[in-house]
Design a protein around this ligand. Structure first.
Ligand code: DGL
Length: 273
């Protein structure tokens, strides 16, 4: 008997869709609910204590309402801050996190020069420093915090124009030349950034590997669900809940492309799958 309940995905905006998309390929029968706390977006600039309290309060409500079989925190900014506290507060719920992919980058780099492109919050976190100390001691790691890239990714995906020069100004610090070597890997440490990866590839000063952890996170979800993965298709449509209650038709169309219906009530309760 598989455990009922949806898998809940969380981000501050549409960035976590990059992770949901990969999970959908690997778990075609699972009932998915996507939650975006867009009323707080962008969270990369929030003070840590306020943001942590907000995330914990929101999850107390989400878990009571939806009784998920697993939760994917598809957001580096949220997980590096509140991941541990969420697991402590909800010990029966398996949480899959998103952290900057510094370990795989350190294993793959040839030049030893890695850059981590993230929100200002993720760049400041003790968690991120800890990953560098534990896994990338032999590399030169450049942390690049962008104030605006998550918003630019949202604008790009909702059909607004974003000029190449504006994007280049945000990523150019990632490109380092030192002792005849060049950066060869840029870690996309915000789930919004893979939405701009094709643009980055086109404007980059030289080719690098843009590391997107989405597939690895989806594979971790498969491992965590184990025998609890759904074996028959869910009867309930996959939905997205945005905390600001948007009515935007462009957002509806975008979500439809990811197989999601926009549900505006915060407390929407799916039927059991
Ligand atoms: N998508 C989020 C992340 O992975 C952050 C976006 C924001 O600043 O709200 O960090």
């Amino acid at each position: 008997m598989t455990r009922p309940g949806p898998v809940l995905f969380f981000d501050s905006g549409i960035g976590g869709l990059t992770v949901l998309r990969e999970a959908r390929y690997l778990l075609p029968y699972e009932h998915l609910i996507y939650v975006a706390d867009d009323a707080a977006f962008p969270i990369g600039r929030w003070p840590e204590a306020d943001l942590k309290a907000r995330i914990l309060a929101l999850f107390a409500e989400l878990i009571a309402t939806h009784r998920p079989k697993a939760v994917v925190i598809a957001c580096n900014t949220a997980f590096t801050l509140a991941g541990e506290a969420l697991r402590e507060a909800h010990p029966r719920v398996p949480f899959v996190g998103t952290v900057p992919a510094i370990k795989p980058a350190a294993e793959r780099t040839s030049s030893g020069l890695i850059s981590v492109l993230a929100t200002p919050g993720t760049v400041r976190r003790a968690y991120t420093r800890g990953l560098i100390d534990s896994f990338a001691g032999r590399c030169h790691v450049r942390l690049v915090g962008s104030d605006t890239l998550a918003e630019l990714a949202e604008r790009h995906m909702r059909g607004g124009g974003v000029a190449d020069e504006v994007l280049l100004a945000e990523i150019s610090d990632c490109f380092v030349e030192r002792d005849g070597q060049r950066t060869d890997i840029v870690v996309l440490a915000c789930t919004h950034y893979p939405l701009l990866a094709n643009r980055f590839r086109r404007i980059a000063p030289w080719p690098v590997d843009w590391l997107d952890p989405a597939e690895a996170i989806a594979r971790q979800l498969v491992r965590v669900l184990g025998p609890n993965a759904a074996e028959i298709p869910a009867q309930t449509p996959d939905c997205a809940i945005f905390t600001s209650g948007p009515q935007d038709p462009a957002l509806r169309r975008l979500l439809a492309g990811f197989g999601l219906v926009l549900a505006n009530e915060h407390g929407v309760r799916p039927q059991e799958t």
